[in-house]
Design a protein around this ligand. Structure first.
Ligand code: 2NL
Length: 343
C-alpha cells in the first residue's frame, strides 16, 4: 500500500507538468492515463490487493487521482480548441483583411513642398539648419541692434543653461551660416520651424513654419527680386492674381518691402479675410543689408543680394481657407483627414 501511494504521488507530478499543445498530444495523454488499458484503470485493479482496512483510504486517493487526470485532459482540450490554427493550410486566405487606414500629408507639408518645388524650378536649392541657435546667427549677424525688441525675453525663448542660446525666431540663421561658408553665388531657400514667445490664439502660436529665400551674386537687383516673387505667386495662386509691393522696414534688408496679393476670397472687392482692402499680405522682402554681407565676410561693394521670408501657415490658411492657426498643431483627425492622402 505504501509503495502504491508513492507511485501515485509520482504520477500526479507527471500529470500536472504535462504539456499538451495539440490534438496528437491530447490523444496520447488520454490513452496513457484514461484509456481502457490506461494507468488509472490499471491502478483501480490494485484495489483487490489492498488490505481490507486500507481499502477506504485507497479508494479516496484513487478517486482524487482519476479526477486530476480527467480535469487536466478537459482543460488542455479546451485550450487547444481555442488556439489559432498552427497549420497555415487551415487559414482561410479569402477572408477580407484587417483595414489599414491610409494617412495623409499635413497641410503645412503640402504647401511647403509646393513652395520648394516652385523655387527649385528657378534654380534655388534647399538648405536646413539648427533650431537652437546662438545670438550671433539669430540676431547679431542680421544687423539687429542690442536693444532690438525681438531680443527681449518676452519675444524669444532663451535656453536657460546658456543665455547666448535661443530657439531660432526665423530661418535666417541658415542663410547666415551659408554666407559664412564663403561660397558664392548663393541661391537657396530655407524651410523650417521657428519659435516666438507669443500668447496662443487663432492668429498666433509659439511656433510656426517659415520659408526664407536668399540670392547673393554680382549684379543682383531689386528687379530680380520682383520678377522672382511674381513668378512664385502666379505659380502658387494662379496666373490672374495681382501683386503689389509696399515699402517696409527690416534691420537686415535695405530697401525693404512687403508684398500683397489680390484677395483670393473676394477677388479684390473687399471681404473679412482682406479686411475690406482687397489685398492680403503674404511675405516680406528686400535687398540684403550691406552690414549683413560684411558680417558674413562678403564684400558688399562686389556682391549684392535679395532675401525674402514668408510664413507657411499664412499661405496654407489662404489656400485652404483655414480660419484658426491652432488647427495645424492639434492633431485632430477630422481636420487632417481632409487633405490629400500620402502618396
Ligand atoms: C517676414 C519677413 C524677411 C528676410 C526675411 C533675410 C535673411 C538674411 C538677410 C536678409 Cl540672412 N534678409 N531674410 C528678409 C526680409 C524679410 O521676412 O515677414 N517673414 C515672415
Amino acid at each position: 500500500m505504501e509503495q502504491l501511494l508513492n507511485q501515485i504521488e509520482g504520477y500526479k507530478n507527471e500529470i500536472e507538468t504535462a504539456i499538451l499543445p495539440d490534438n496528437e498530444a491530447l490523444e496520447a495523454f488520454r490513452i496513457k492515463w484514461l484509456g481502457t488499458k490506461g494507468i488509472v484503470k490499471n491502478l483501480m485493479g490494485e484495489m483487490k490487493n489492498v488490505p481490507n482496512d486500507q481499502k477506504r483510504e485507497f479508494g479516496q486517493v484513487m478517486n482524487a487521482f482519476k479526477i486530476l487526470a480527467e480535469e487536466k485532459y478537459e482543460t488542455a482540450k479546451l485550450l487547444a480548441e481555442n488556439e489559432p490554427p498552427a497549420n497555415l493550410e487551415d487559414t482561410d486566405w479569402s477572408l477580407p483583411g484587417d483595414p489599414m487606414p491610409l494617412g495623409s500629408r499635413h497641410p503645412i507639408s503640402l504647401i511647403r513642398n509646393q513652395i520648394v518645388s516652385i523655387f527649385k524650378r528657378l534654380g534655388f536649392a534647399v538648405s536646413e539648419g539648427p533650431e537652437i541657435e546662438d545670438d550671433w546667427h539669430n540676431f547679431g549677424a542680421l544687423n539687429l541692434p542690442e536693444d532690438h525688441p525681438a531680443r527681449d525675453m518676452q519675444d524669444t525663448f532663451y535656453v536657460s543653461q546658456n543665455p547666448d542660446w535661443m530657439l531660432r525666431t526665423h530661418t535666417s540663421n541658415v542663410q547666415i551660416r551659408e554666407m559664412e561658408k564663403g561660397k558664392l553665388p548663393i541661391r537657396l531657400i530655407m524651410p523650417g520651424r521657428v519659435y516666438r514667445n507669443e500668447t496662443i490664439s487663432a492668429r498666433a502660436h509659439c511656433f510656426f513654419h517659415q520659408v526664407e529665400g536668399l540670392y547673393v551674386a554680382e549684379n543682383v537687383s531689386f528687379a530680380d527680386l520682383k520678377q522672382t516673387l511674381y513668378f512664385f505667386v502666379k505659380e502658387m495662386f494662379g496666373q490672374d492674381v495681382k501683386v503689389r509691393f509696399r515699402p517696409s522696414y527690416f534691420p537686415f534688408t535695405e530697401p525693404s518691402a512687403e508684398m500683397d496679393i489680390s484677395c483670393l476670397i473676394c477677388g479684390g472687392t473687399g471681404c473679412n479675410v482682406c479686411k475690406q482692402t482687397g489685398w492680403v499680405e503674404i511675405l516680406g522682402c528686400g535687398m540684403v543689408h550691406p552690414n549683413v554681407l560684411q558680417n558674413c565676410g562678403i564684400d558688399p561693394n562686389k556682391y549684392t543680394g535679395f532675401a525674402f521670408g514668408m510664413g507657411i501657415e499664412r499661405i496654407t490658411m489662404l489656400k485652404y481657407g483655414v480660419k484658426d492657426l491652432r488647427l495645424f498643431s492639434e492633431n485632430d483627425l477630422r481636420f487632417l483627414k481632409q487633405f490629400t492622402p500620402a502618396g
